[in-house]
Design a protein around this ligand. Structure first.
Ligand SMILES: [Zn+2]
Ligand SMILES: [Zn+2]
Length: 255
């Protein structure tokens, strides 16, 4: 089972420090994960983080953690980001970057790191590169999870939501005990507008447009590794491990 590390430095920033990996690592992995919604990137991030002993860094987790924290516990960049979200605005690049910069001690964590959901734009990728350079750190690889559009649509359009308790099911991956009925409150499940194939195609197009330049950015730096996201999470995970660059001169652990 996945043993999640506390990632304190990532979640709260400032002077907090993350717990050390369970086993000492000979080689730190500093990775960025890219992938459209529906390719299973979040699951891969957790499996990989656990396997290589890295901190799994998703900006979404910072925001979720901030919701439960007192205002006085929030770092300056996080306060700014929370205010943006309260106004319903997009958090600007400069604030996202300041958030990451406040968490630099996590980027130096012993087990390395695995960025998930950041960078999202070329501007953010450039800023990240500068930040890492300033601290003498380097990315090892950027894993890009790829799945044909039709398969993404098939996966995402299987989602069914409960109108009452908001529980989410999937007709294949996580079916309710009785087809079409919520396990928790017995209401009739429905397909959200966002989960209809036409809406998914529109969203995927927008995703492609915004991330294609990001993939090019990392391709030019010889960091981009495309990983086919077909098959089960375990299949994809094994593929990810094989795709990672070899550990250089560091002694190789057992497979
Ligand atoms: Zn950390
Ligand atoms: Zn329900």
């Amino acid at each position: 089972m996945v043993t999640m590390r506390d990632r304190k430095a990532w979640l709260t920033g400032g002077s907090a420090r993350c717990s050390a990996p369970v086993e000492p690592r000979t080689h730190r992995r500093r990775l960025v994960l890219l992938g459209a919604p529906g390719v299973g990137k979040g699951t891969q991030a957790e499996l990989l983080a656990d396997h290589v002993g890295a901190c799994h860094l998703s900006t979404g987790d910072i925001f979720r953690c901030a919701k439960g924290a007192a205002a006085c516990e929030l770092t300056p960049a996080l306060t700014a980001a929370v205010e943006c979200m309260r106004r319903g605005e997009l958090v600007p690049d400069s604030t996202v970057l300041a958030l990451v910069a406040e968490r630099i001690s996590c980027l130096r964590c012993e087990g390395g790191f695995l960025l998930d959901g950041f960078p999202r734009t070329v501007a953010q990728a450039e800023a990240l590169e500068k930040l890492l350079q300033k601290h003498g750190l380097q990315l090892d690889a950027v894993l890009s999870y790829e799945l044909p559009l039709d398969q993404i649509v098939a996966r995402l359009s299987g989602r069914r939501t409960c109108p009452n308790c908001k529980a989410v099911f999937h007709v294949e991956a996580r079916p309710p005990k009785v087809p079409g009925i919520c396990d928790h409150c017995s209401c009739t499940l429905y397909q959200r507008e966002d989960d209809r194939p036409e809406s998914i195609r529109v969203r995927m197009q927008a995703y492609e447009t915004s991330t294609a330049p990001l993939a090019d950015f990392y391709r030019q730096r010889n960091l981009l590794i495309a990983v086919p996201a077909e098959g089960t999470p375990v299949d994809i995970f094994q593929r990810s491990l094989r795709a990672l660059p070899s550990e250089g001169r560091a002694p190789r652990g057992p497979k």
